[in-house]
Design a protein around this ligand. Sequence first.
Ligand code: PLP
Length: 365
Amino acid sequence: MSVFDCAAAHIRSISPYQPGKPISELAREMSLDEASIVKLASNENPLGMSASARAAALAALAEVPRYPDGNGFDLKQAVSRHHGIGADQIVLGNGSNDVLEMVARALLGPGRSAVYSRHAFAVYPLATLAAGATGIEVPARDFGCDLDAMRAAIRDDTRVVFIANPNNPTGTFVDADALERFIAAVPRDVLVVLDEAYSEYLPADKAYDSARWLERHPHLLVSRTFSKAYGLAGLRVGYGIGQPSVIDLLNRVRQPFNVTNVGLAAATAALADQGFVRASAAANRAGLRQLETFFDASGIEYIRSYANFIALRAGDAAGVNRRLLEQGVIVRPIAAYAMPEWLRVSIGLEPENARFIEALTKARS
Ligand SMILES: *Cc1c(COP(=O)(O)O)cnc(C)c1O
């Protein structure tokens, strides 16, 4: 027997996460100049990061020989003020992915289950299966969460419900009122993980403040990230907010120094620059309109998106994707999300979106 064969069956059955193709990899494969490649595959911020976050990250390089503050005091103070909650209601993560993993480690395991929607973020099944728990995937409605079906799918052994709002890779959104009613209907011994990785992109008439729900719903944990609108994907910083007892639980399974000192400093500065976040959201809305206008004019089916990406039906998505790559344009095939005919494209700057439009037109003809 090999080491692989000796691993637990639930580990061997996991299909690894498929990230967006890195620019350097495509450049090697196709002998392309890196500067000529447009990557719209990982929902990164095309405006980069706030200048103050960059300055803070550079200054924090001096601290690299030392371990970071394992309690992330300064960042927690900033997050605490941002949401109007106590510092004891915050857990920091190496990306919000880390927070999702902590939830699975703390609450899931053999004989337990987690509920999530079909077409939901891939990390929910991954974290669930890695913990040896059972994943209950609920059929979607119009590619979005069917909240009634998700409520009905909760079993006695269910300990976690994962829900992303807006969802990735579909961009679908459930209204705040319906969402809060759903949370209220979930038994108090089941943690509802509300993943708000894209909430900064919501238009004003859809935005809601889930931090205000924590008081009424002690079984709620909200996760946020600095990877998307804040433009710090490479530094890996996210956080969860919830009741102190839930945070206490997550801290027990958290790696002691899970956020780097450079990440802590950059995130603290990034949070203070809400002007950059607003500019990012405005640029994103313009880019979404640019793509929607093209899709409408070309008869391409797409799912209305509330995030910084949009899913389109490409038919032979694998073939179209290959022809996009040949033209130096990287998007994300989402066959692994049970959407084999679809591609997800992140919203870029106006010229990047135009490059995508031009390449897609050629790839489909
Ligand atoms: C990108 C994304 C995250 C954030 O991941 P990080 O680990 O914070 O970079 C979380 N949830 C969803 C749904 C995402 O799309």
